[in-house]
Design a protein. Structure first.
Length: 143
């Protein structure tokens, strides 16, 4: 192996180590109201407001639950910043400080009907929804 190839290999490995050691990726999840239990890719990360580290940019499965509010479940994306793209990442690797990237997701939770209605009205709505579902299943099985 030529000395140029060895030198290139050492520089590449050093750049990769520097990049890995100087990048800090975090996601912050907040909700309105606060206090919801949060799962990121089925891992419990605490109650809102909360933060967690992540390794890879891309899609994440986010679930939230809070008593008196509808459960929340959706896919969210952590987009890579410019300094993570090929080319600028070499400049970022040479930067002597720590590069931090924070992805923020805020969720407005919807209250359950039972938590905002009078008990009798909530019961009536529940019975109406149950009757509509029963009717829909009867018509779906006949087709």
């Amino acid at each position: 192996m030529s000395s140029w190839a060895k030198c290139f290999g050492i520089i590449s490995a050093t750049s990769a180590l520097l990049l890995a050691s100087c990048a800090e990726r975090r996601v912050r999840v907040t909700s309105s109201p606060p206090g919801a239990r949060v799962w990121l890719n089925d891992q419990d990360i605490g109650r809102t407001p909360t933060e967690a580290r992540f390794t890879f940019y891309g899609s994440y499965d986010l679930r939230m639950e809070l008593r008196g509010f509808e459960p929340y479940h959706a896919e969210h994306t952590a987009n890579a910043p410019v300094h993570e793209y090929p080319g600028p990442d070499l400049v970022a690797a040479a930067y002597p400080g720590r590069i931090k990237h924070l992805v923020e997701w805020h969720i407005d939770l919807e209250p359950t009907p039972e938590s905002v209605l009078a008990p009798t009205e909530a019961r009536e709505q529940l019975l109406d929804r149950a009757a509509a579902l029963r009717e829909r299943t009867r018509t779906d099985t006949r087709d």
